[in-house]
Design a protein around this ligand. Sequence first.
Ligand code: ATR
Length: 360
Amino acid sequence: MRLLIDHGGRPSPGGSLGEPGFPTLLLTPDPGNARGVYAGTLSSNVVDDPPAVMVFARVAAHPPSWMRRPDPDDTQGEVMTAPRAFVLGHPIAHSRSPMLHGYWLERYGIAGSYEPVDVAPADLGAFFGSFRETGWTGGNVTVPHKLAVIEHLDRIDEAAAKLGAVNTIWWEDGRLVGGNTDWTGFLGNLDELAPGWDRDAERAVVLGAGGAARAAAYALGERGLSVALCNRTASTAEELAAHFGGGMTGHPMDAVAGLLAEADLLVNTTSLGMLGKPPLDVDLSSLKPGATVYDVVYVPLETGLLKAARARGHRTVDGLGMLLHQAVDGFRHWFGQTPEVTRELRSLLIDDIRAKTPGA
Ligand code: ATR
């Protein structure tokens, strides 16, 4: 429903749920001088002139970020509806993000939406050309657009700049901002499943040098660990290490065994060990006792690497939580609520993976 809401002659953005003439939840960030979210009665379907609404009670002290006006210069008839977020990719039908954000929208009783949007690379400019007009609150970005979206944004955050990829978009003071939450997702999962893992941790070995390795290496660097990147193509690992600096090093795969003796954390970011891919062949016998082993692969949930690590008494972390935790910041930006990664949500995703992936 498109609405204008009038407060003492000043139109304010707002939205409403329910029938005109009946008590309803009226959502507006700026009724009169106070800020907040107000419940009221909608006295008419206010697209006519002048709009009229009776506001009678404040129900929350602060409006969520999606209720803030995207364009500070536009004071004439800005129209806000329930927040609408997207996951943008090509193809996109396989994405589990709608399930995950849909769970949180329902859990917190938020009248918003999160939709998959399939946009081919050639149509990306048109998508952003009509972004404001379409009323998007923001969204997630996935393959193949994580780099290409950057030129359509007003600003990107430090992590997105360092990782060369945007996976989350939101409005901030009327500007469209791109960020990267893969690294916070990586850490959120590790902190949840292996609490205290970084107490006295100094060194990590990261296998791989692709997008997931970038997020992992950046995250571990932010926590102050020195990172040894090992990759089939050693030159890619060396280039990545040079890009990040700060004592990060690049190595061929045959250096792994020697590096493990000093490692407090081993992370696999390659696709090896994933269902349908060759197994990851790493000998853990030299791995430092007490080290944590993290596999970003989550189909199967317990990969051969994690099984072998568990058998040797190491703490293990699977990759599903990285998907869950990377979604937290986006949800907070768009819907104004920091969502919780619950056991129930994890089970929902596991059931979906099992239902759709024979052999998982
Ligand atoms: P993502 O963005 O998900 O990290 P990616 O960019 O395709 O995926 O990276 C995959 C990683 O797995 C790379 O480090 C790749 O090594 P190369 O740089 O040598 O290609 C690694 N990888 C994939 N298949 C592999 C294999 N059969 N043996 C060893 N490493 C492999």
